[in-house]
Design a binder for this molecule. Structure first.
Ligand code: E4P
Length: 219
């Protein structure tokens, strides 16, 4: 299971990289919009900070412009993955880029069939969104489970990124399904590392140890 950080914030990436848990980063235009105007610098920094794949989304609209921008993005760094939204008009562009060995992450996937069709194109990553489906009362995890079943039945090579992960249960269930990648907002990782019982346990061990009145453990 690969763990990507779902953020464009360099401070947060800097915090998590030394843990050796982070295999890549996913960004999107909304995340980038929080990081100021010097987007190219932000992206170049992120690509240097992490060894693994960094997804950068196209913002152009016309298919020919999307193709051109995808090529530009792909040249930013070796570990760049070009993120392209799922849209009928972009399918020829995606196929062309795949043939040119450019790593593509197709984003905004909200159905099993969308994921299946994109898998046929041989893209590197497919990103089904879990939380945004839950937001409209469609169980996102059920869609993800079916997508994993189809991927495994047909042996599609594309890696599935569980995206729009909002809580620990989303993350846990995605991992149990054997999702290739989970991309996690740093705030959710923080929660995992500040589990109330872990925090209470540390306090209890500390206070019991202090009661003993001994400074060194092994002397
Ligand atoms: C990642 O690739 C997606 O852009 C991201 O997970 C979307 O998350 P959100 O639905 O919480 O905005």
């Amino acid at each position: 299971m690969k763990l990507f950080l779902d953020t464009a914030n360099r401070d947060l990436i800097k915090k998590w990289v030394p843990t050796n848990l982070i295999d890549g980063v996913t960004t999107n235009p909304s995340l980038l919009s929080k990081e100021g105007k010097n987007i190219k610098d932000v992206l170049l920094d992120i690509c240097k900070m992490v060894k693994g794949d960094v997804s950068i989304e196209v913002v152009k609209k016309e298919p020919s412009d999307v193709y051109k921008q995808a090529k530009e993005i792909s040249k930013l760094a070796k570990n760049v993955v070009v993120k392209i939204p799922f849209q009928f008009e972009y399918l020829p562009v995606i196929s062309k880029l795949v043939k040119e060995n450019i790593k593509i992450n197709v984003t905004l996937i909200f159905s099993v069939i969308q994921a299946t069709l994109v898998a046929k194109l041989g893209v590197k990553y497919i990103s089904p969104f879990i939380g945004r489906l839950d937001d409209i009362d469609i169980p996102g995890l059920e869609q993800l489970e079916k997508i994993m079943l189809i991927k495994n039945n047909y042996n599609y090579k594309s890696e599935i990124i569980a995206a729009s992960i909002r809580n620990v249960m989303h993350m846990q269930e995605a991992i149990l399904m054997g999702t290739d990648v989970v991309t996690i907002p740093p705030s959710l990782l923080d929660k995992i590392f500040t589990h109330p019982l872990t925090m209470q346990g540390i306090e209890k061990f500390d206070s019991d140890w202090k009661k003993l009145g001994k400074k060194e453990l092994l002397k």
